[in-house]
Write a protein that binds this ligand. Structure first.
Ligand code: 218
Length: 198
């Protein structure tokens, strides 16, 4: 297995810390259990800059930092591991689109870049919230309203949080990357996109 370079490692750590800080900002509170934030954006940037493995590491680190600062909900050891290590690391699945995204940047193909960014953001969000959904019906079921099954309760809470976060992250990333695609460029070349812009 290829070793991770020093620069991607440093970036994985930096962006994980950035996500932790963004998560401290006030988020959009839809209900007591549904709050929507764009804190995943830094991990998506890592995914688009370096790909799956580095983004997986960065998401994992964010979870670890979240635990270190004590900003967690602990119901049981299995719930804790699922929600703070597995779920956060799975945001890295957005990195599966690294190659096609990098190709769009290189070719100055802004339209397809936006499409792939939205798709990758969706996959990363689904991959994370799938685990919160699983933890939700296994461990959080007792919080379901009278007469609602834990499965439906978890799907509503985590499904709507996921959709909100996905939409918010997509908007932030689309604005950020349509104005400066350099943000996800790791190679030292001017892309066709930046040439067009200048
Ligand atoms: C139904 C339900 N309620 C609460 C949780 C816990 N949960 C959900 C989403 C994200 C996170 C991590 C911290 O942001 C947590 C702990 C759940 N899974 N399901």
């Amino acid at each position: 297995m290829k070793k991770m370079g020093l620069l991607p490692m440093i970036e994985a750590s930096f962006f994980a810390a950035f996500a932790l800080i963004l998560d401290l900002l006030p988020s959009i509170k839809v209900s007591p259990s549904i709050s929507i934030s764009f804190a995943m954006v830094p991990i998506f940037i890592v995914a688009f800059r370096w790909g799956f493995k580095v983004a997986l590491a960065s998401g994992f680190l964010w979870g670890l930092l979240q635990v270190a600062v004590g900003d967690i909900y602990f119901l049981s050891p299995v719930q804790f591991v699922i929600e703070y290590f597995i779920a956060f690391a799975f945001i890295g699945f957005a990195g599966l689109f690294y190659q096609v995204i990098q190709k769009c940047v290189k070719n100055g193909d802004k339209k397809n870049l936006m499409i792939w960014i939205v798709i990758a953001t969706f996959i990363g969000s689904v991959a994370r919230y799938f685990w919160h959904f699983v933890a939700g019906f296994v461990f959080w079921g007792e919080y379901a309203p009278e007469g609602q099954s834990p499965m439906v309760y978890s799907l509503i809470v985590n499904g709507s949080t996921m959709l909100g976060a996905f939409v918010l992250c997509s908007i932030v990333l689309a604005i950020l990357l349509s104005t400066s695609s350099r943000l996800i460029q790791t190679k030292n070349h001017y892309s066709a996109m930046d040439k067009k812009a200048s």
